[in-house]
Design a protein around this ligand. Structure first.
Ligand code: 13P
Length: 261
C-alpha cells in the first residue's frame, strides 16, 4: 500500500533527447504537430530537448502547454570566455526547465569526466535549472560484472557536491551505453535491477524519502513496442528517448503506454 502510494507519487517523465537533429524550422513543425495531438495527462510530463539553436523555436511553439523544454548539455560557468559553450543561465532564460547532463555521448566524444559533470549539476541546480543526470555502463563493463561499480561511481561523481534539497530536484536517467541507438534494449528485468540499485544508492546518500521520490528514467532504444513493459516496472519512472522521439507519432505513443496506476 505504502509502496503503491510512493509509486504513484512519481509522475513519469517522457523526455525526447533529439541529439544533433532538427533545425529551428523542423523543430517548429514538430512542436506544432505535437501540440495538436497532445492532451495533458496526470500520468506523465513530456519534455523535448532540442539542439541549442532550436530551443527558442520549441519554447515558442509549445508556449501555453505543459510540455517542458530542456537543453542537452551546458557549460560549468555562468558566463565568461568559453568559446562555443552555453551556460545553464542562458538555457534557463531561453525557457528551458531541464538540462541533460552526463550523457554517454558527452562522456565519450567530449571527454566529460564525473568531476566535470558534478560541477555542471551543481551549477545548474544553483540557478534553478533541473538536471537530468545520465548514468550507464558500456558493454565490456557489463560483461565484466562491473555495472554497479560504474553506475555507482558516476552517481557519486554527479552528486558529489549536491545536498538533499538539490538532489530532490534532479532526475536520473539510466542509459546502458550498449542499448543506445543500437536497437538492443535492456530487458525490463535488467533495467529494473539497475534502477533498483540506483534507488538504493540514493537512499544511502540522501535518505529513504528522497530515494522514494527521485525519478529514474530508462534510455536506450525505447520505442512504442517496448515502452509499455519497461514503464510498468516499479522503479522505471519514464524514458529518455533518442531516435523514437524524433517522430511525433512514436513519441506520443510511448507516453500513452505509461501504465495507469
Ligand atoms: P536511442 O533511443 O536512440 O537509443 O537513444 C537513447 C538516448 O541516448 C537518449 O538520451
Amino acid at each position: 500500500m505504502e509502496d503503491q502510494r510512493r509509486m504513484s507519487a512519481r509522475r513519469k517523465i517522457i523526455a525526447g533527447n533529439w541529439k544533433m537533429f532538427k533545425d529551428a524550422r523542423e523543430t517548429s513543425i514538430f512542436c506544432e504537430s505535437l501540440r495538436a495531438v497532445y492532451k495533458p495527462d496526470p500520468r506523465f510530463e513530456m519534455v523535448v530537448c532540442p539542439p541549442f539553436t532550436s530551443i527558442s523555436a520549441a519554447v515558442y511553439a509549445l508556449a501555453g502547454t505543459d510540455i517542458a523544454v530542456g537543453g542537452q548539455n551546458c557549460g560549468w560557468e555562468t558566463e565568461g570566455a568559453f568559446t562555443g559553450e552555453v551556460s545553464p543561465r542562458m538555457l534557463l532564460t531561453s525557457g528551458c526547465k531541464y538540462v541533460i547532463l552526463g550523457h554517454s555521448e558527452r562522456r565519450q566524444y567530449f571527454s566529460e569526466s564525473d568531476q566535470l559533470i558534478g560541477k555542471k549539476v551543481q551549477l545548474a541546480l544553483s540557478l534553478g535549472l533541473l538536471p537530468i543526470v545520465c548514468l550507464g555502463e558500456k558493454i565490456d563493463e557489463r560483461e565484466a560484472g562491473k555495472t554497479e561499480e560504474v553506475v555507482g561511481r558516476q552517481f557519486d561523481g554527479a552528486f558529489h557536491s549536491v545536498d538533499r534539497t538539490g538532489f530532490d530536484k534532479c532526475v536520473i536517467a539510466y542509459e546502458p551505453v550498449w542499448a543506445i541507438g543500437t536497437g538492443k534494449t535492456a530487458t525490463p528485468e535488467m533495467a529494473e535491477e539497475v534502477h533498483r540499485f540506483i534507488r538504493g544508492r540514493s537512499a544511502s546518500r540522501f535518505g529513504a524519502e528522497s530515494a522514494s521520490e527521485i525519478r529514474i528514467l530508462y534510455g536506450g532504444s525505447m520505442k512504442p513496442t517496448n515502452s509499455g513493459e519497461l514503464l510498468a516496472e516499479a522503479d522505471i519512472d519514464g524514458g529518455l528517448i533518442g531516435g523514437a522521439s524524433l517522430d511525433v507519432g512514436s513519441f506520443v505513443e510511448i507516453a500513452a503506454s505509461a501504465p495507469r496506476r
